[in-house]
Design a protein around this ligand. Structure first.
Ligand SMILES: C[S@@+](CC[C@H](N)C(=O)[O-])C[C@H]1O[C@@H](n2cnc3c(N)ncnc32)[C@H](O)[C@@H]1O
Length: 208
């Protein structure tokens, strides 16, 4: 089995375990960082069940939303129909290390693009930067560690700091402006109702 198939199977099983995995609400940082941008073309990488893509479409963005999991994408497309915004979202299945959507975008968002399977995250984020249009924004949100109580099953998994995320993008300094680079704490409620604290990191860059 190829590593792409291993990842696709992993994420399809992950989503198939419950009818709904995520909250159905858009990520707070996406809402905070994007609300004041003029809507244009958006790309959502690792869109999961589609809450961010649907929120973007509701704000007037034309959205391309990508995930490796056909189970997640099927669910997301149904949610978009229910919300009446399916005509504004193009759902695409990619293993982003292998293939990437065509086009250029005024916003590229990667919210918690992590995996317990092999993920060439730095290379994917470099591809993400390469499809940001002039004056467009790249927004990357990531965890800084596993939830409390969950041990790292793969010691190789590394959660990069904002500086490491930016260094990994390997961008020409004069072409990009750093708008946000920060670590922050966020309250989250787990599936079993337990409230926890997550430490996350935000990187927001604008192409000059
Ligand atoms: C932690 S979830 C985050 C989902 C969503 N962005 C959110 O914030 O709720 C990571 C998502 O990335 C997707 N993913 C993982 N590896 C991927 C890959 N190599 N290519 C495309 N999507 C991938 C998973 O299927 C999953 O939906």
């Amino acid at each position: 089995m190829t590593t792409e198939q291993v990842s696709e199977d992993y994420w399809n099983s992950f989503y198939a375990e419950h009818d709904q995995i995520w909250s159905g609400r858009p990520n707070v940082v996406l809402v905070d960082e994007v609300s004041d941008l003029a809507p244009g073309r958006a790309l959502d990488l690792g869109c999961g069940e589609g809450a961010d893509a649907i929120w973007l479409a509701q704000q007037g963005w034309t959205v391309t939303a990508v995930d490796i999991s056909s189970v997640a994408l099927g669910r997301a497309a149904q949610h978009a129909k229910d919300a009446g915004v399916d005509d504004r979202i193009d759902w695409q299945q990619h293993e982003l290390g292998q293939s990437f959507p065509d086009g250029e975008f005024d916003l590229v968002s990667a919210q918690f693009l992590h995996s317990k399977t092999e993920l060439s995250r730095d290379a994917i984020l470099r591809s993400a930067a390469s499809v940001v249009a002039q004056h467009g924004v790249l927004l990357i949100e990531g965890h800084m560690g596993f939830p409390p109580g969950e041990h790292n099953p793969h010691p190789d998994i590394h959660f990069p700091t904002p500086d490491e995320v930016i260094a990994g993008l390997d961008l020409p300094d004069d072409e990009w402006e750093t708008l946000v680079s920060r670590v922050h704490d966020r309250a989250q409620v787990m599936r079993d109702g337990q409230p926890i604290n997550r430490r996350d990191c935000t990187v927001k860059l604008r192409r000059r």
